[in-house]
Unconditional design. Structure first.
Length: 368
């Protein structure tokens, strides 16, 4: 194969003795650039066009997606995004950026010489663009950290797909590591519990705490996806940490798409049933989301709230996501630090280069 037909991008010439550099790429799902219909359409086209997200015959789905869904849904979704949009932009992007900055600070305070960047699986600040920049900066090792505590092929594996797709076009690859999940990490559970307890200290306790996780089709469980089990383990550990009995909390799944059966019980019907059964106050927390976003701020704090109150409930409290809480940043730092083990991040690049030079000189002297 000659250079004219090579699938690889042109890269700078290899430099002998290049100083090893380590980076962390913190990845979240993504968001439209704005609530406008064109921006939402572009985002949904990429998101819903991912075969990891919608596992139906490809040609049939593309006909449905481009022939029906992308004609009508963007305007409706855009109105929902507009209802939670902040002057600074998308809440998900704002919180993800703050988490990445917090992680950078946490690692730097512990003398880890690591560059932290954030990226989105869909939309702007793409994974490929950030990896391109890291490579241009001379990065030789990259740890990929998902913002998803529970593993699912629809989210975590799709994120890894994007990294692999980038790698397939690169000649001189950096070392790559991936974190699959941290659904049962003690620090993550403690941060969740702290978030809930902080809310209860200010507002009192509910009759029931509902833990609402993002839903996926039920067939993913049958095909071997661990997401369902990991969600329930997170819920059990959080309940234990909060000292809750089984009748004091419930688990549900939200964000159903299409007519197929998804993981049950569904969040909104669960809330309606509780309101009709005489539950006066419910608090809702969303452990699968580390950043507040459309699914938490609009779907839960607006739509689900209205459904519960309309069904007879008297008081609805939404407990915000971890966002940039100090306990969460610390937990994220510990998780990241654990997976950086074996990479010499506690030495400066200059020190590492000097050590390598000394070793080379000693080796040369020994050979002479």
């Amino acid at each position: 194969m000659n250079l004219l037909t090579s699938p690889f991008a042109k890269e700078p010439p290899f430099q002998h003795g290049q100083t090893p550099r380590t980076a962390v790429l913190y990845c979240n799902l993504g968001t439209p650039d704005s609530p406008s219909t064109p921006d939402v359409r572009r985002f949904l086209s990429e998101f819903l066009g991912d075969p990891r997200v919608v596992e139906v015959p490809r040609l049939l789905w593309l006909l449905i997606l481009h022939g029906i869904i992308l004609r009508f849904r963007p305007a409706k979704s855009g109105a929902k995004y507009a209802s939670i949009w902040l002057p600074e932009g998308s809440p998900l992007k704002i919180w993800t950026e703050k988490q990445a900055h917090g992680l950078q600070t946490w690692l730097s305070q512990r003398d880890h010489h690591v560059q932290v960047r954030y990226a989105m699986r869909y939309g702007s600040t793409s994974i490929a663009s950030q990896l391109d920049q890291l490579k241009a900066d001379g990065t030789t090792r990259v740890l990929v950290v998902p913002a998803y505590p529970q593993y699912s092929a629809t989210t975590t594996a799709s994120l890894f797909d994007a990294v692999y797709a980038w790698a397939g076009k690169v000649r001189n690859l950096p070392e790559l590591r991936f974190i699959n999940h941290y659904h049962d990490d003690a620090g993550y559970i403690a941060a969740l519990a702290g978030r809930v307890q902080q809310h209860w200290q200010a507002n009192g306790r509910p009759d029931v705490l509902l833990m609402s996780f993002h839903g996926v089709p039920e067939r993913t469980l049958q095909l071997g996806d661990p997401y369902h089990c990991e969600c329930f383990k997170t819920a059990r550990l959080l309940a234990e940490r909060l000292g809750l009995d089984k009748d004091q909390y419930k688990v549900s799944f939200q964000s159903r798409l299409g007519r197929a059966k998804w993981l049950e019980p569904y969040t909104e019907p669960t809330l309606i049933a509780m309101g009709q059964a005489g539950v006066k106050r419910v608090d809702v927390v969303c452990p699968a989301f580390t950043s507040d976003c459309l699914e938490t701020l609009e779907e839960i704090n607006m739509e689900a709230r209205e459904a519960f109150l309309h069904a007879g409930g008297q008081e609805f409290h939404y407990i915000p996501c971890l966002n940039d809480e100090a306990d969460w940043i610390s937990a994220l730092g510990e998780i990241t630090q654990q997976h950086l083990q074996g990479w010499p991040t506690l030495t400066t690049p200059d020190t590492a280069a000097l050590a390598a030079s000394k070793m080379a000189a000693l080796a040369l002297g020994a050979s002479v």
